[in-house]
Design a protein around this ligand. Structure first.
Ligand code: ATP
Ligand code: MG
Length: 400
């Protein structure tokens, strides 16, 4: 006997009526996508539950994949048996014995199949007695047990579990449209991407690259971060924008103090064009109020003027430490702190305006025609598709 299923709970109650169907269908697709590399693993759904059928595969790596899928409230390893009392008893004992460091337990029976001859309450006692007489040094505690052996008697079979692992919650990626994430190599933007995905948003990424001031390694770092985000969703298209010429032009033609603001405006202008081309309806950034000069209220106001696309800023109210904590949890921190130069740290003006005003910036921009360079940047975009499969983190290795 062994755990042969993963039971997935998805907190359906929290969802509004007509979205439930889309939510569940998308969740099932996402789970299917993540487990399809394992031979013969199947995903199916019955009355408010989803199951991964392991078909002889080691549960651990599959569980690890499922733990990273948004929309899952909790997961349990489960044993499936026929709706027969003796089989249920045997499976419940197995499930209890799999749990570690157990002094107390309780049994909870849910009888969804009303044709099952033994009622829940009776079944509880019957199983409790069976477990007590077949183990040593373990007692029942109905209020605060170390282990809860849960028995769900369903129409097609009975499922027994003895542990509950929390899922990530959120909504299945793909249920809330798409966003273009401005992905730098820093700590913040990958976390912003993760949090947008948690709301069901599918991500494409855009990165502004300034060779030779920024190296191939800086670009790889960004692709590596995108790859880490794919673990929580689908493959991610990354648009790499050649930004050198435009950036040099900004720093040559515009007053030093306004160069940073204008550079940010250019990023948004170019990003909006990419959105139009890709059919994406919003942008996402790692901006956070009050961290640096480019992220004051005045600055946001002035930078935001160039686009009326919604901008998702999941970090806007967070403390840096909260962001760092999340980046550790999702595994992007170590990559983010690698010391490769970033286009924004290279072209930093000596004293950027912390309170740039729209009218001033509009005036300066009107004194120079940036259109050809913007166009050139757009035409030079290189688009890569990053999946969580390719083992090489470095698709450019042959260029080095
Ligand atoms: P991060 O840690 O994400 O780099 P940050 O705290 O360094 O953020 P800024 O450098 O002001 O803050 O950048 C603000 C946001 O602008 C970033 O979170 C990111 O969304 C976007 N951004 C900055 N630089 C780039 C870039 N080179 N390519 C794409 N997006 C960028
Ligand atoms: Mg940065």
């Amino acid at each position: 006997m062994e755990f042969d299923h993963i039971l997935i709970r998805y907190g359906e109650m929290a969802l509004k009526g007509k979205n439930i169907k889309q939510f569940i269908t998308q969740l099932q697709q996402n789970v299917q996508q993540k487990v399809k590399e394992f031979p013969n693993v199947k995903v199916k759904r019955t009355q408010g539950r989803m199951f991964v059928i392991l078909n002889g595969n080691d549960p651990e790596p599959i569980m690890e994949k499922c733990k990273k899928i948004f929309g899952i409230q909790s997961l349990s390893l489960a044993i499936k048996v026929d709706n027969e009392v003796e089989k249920v008893k045997e499976a419940a004992l197995y499930a209890l014995k799999q749990a570690k460091n157990v002094n107390t337990f309780k049994v909870t029976v849910k009888r969804i199949n009303k044709d099952f001859p033994v009622r829940s309450q009776e079944m509880n006692q019957l199983l409790g007695g069976h477990l007590l007489s077949n183990t040593e040094g373990i007692t029942v505690d109905v209020h605060n047990p170390d282990v809860e052996v849960k028995v769900e008697i369903r129409n097609e079979a009975t499922y027994i579990t003895s542990s509950v692992i929390p899922g990530l919650g959120g909504l299945p990626v793909g249920t809330s449209g798409k966003s273009l994430l401005l992905l730098s190599g820093g700590i913040d933007s990958p976390v912003a991407g993760f949090l947008a995905m948690k709301r069901g948003v599918e991500i494409e990424a855009i990165h502004f690259h300034s060779p030779p001031y920024t190296s191939e390694r800086a670009k790889e770092k960004v692709l590596d971060l995108a790859k880490q985000l794919t673990k929580f969703g689908k493959s991610i298209k990354v648009h790499i924008v050649p930004f050198t010429k435009l950036q040099q032009e900004i720093f040559r033609e515009m007053p030093d103090a306004y160069a940073m603001t204008i550079m940010r405006r250019m990023m948004f202008r170019i990003s909006e064009e990419v959105c139009k081309k890709e059919g994406i309806l919003s942008l996402a950034t790692g901006e956070n109020l009050g961290q640096v000069a480019s992220q004051t209220m005045d600055s946001m106001h002035t930078i935001n003027e160039v686009t009326n696309y919604p901008i998702i800023r999941p970090l806007v109210t967070m403390d840096k430490q909260e962001v760092i904590n999340i980046s550790h949890e999702i595994g992007t921190y170590e990559t983010s702190i690698l010391p490769y130069e970033d286009c924004c740290t290279i072209f930093v003006p000596r004293s950027p305006k912390t309170k740039p005003k729209r009218d001033k910036v509009n005036y300066y921009e009107s004194t120079h025609d940036f259109t050809p360079s913007i166009q050139e940047a757009l035409e030079g975009i290189e688009t890569l598709k990053i999946t969580d499969k390719n083992n090489s983190l470095n698709p450019f290795s042959d260029l080095l």
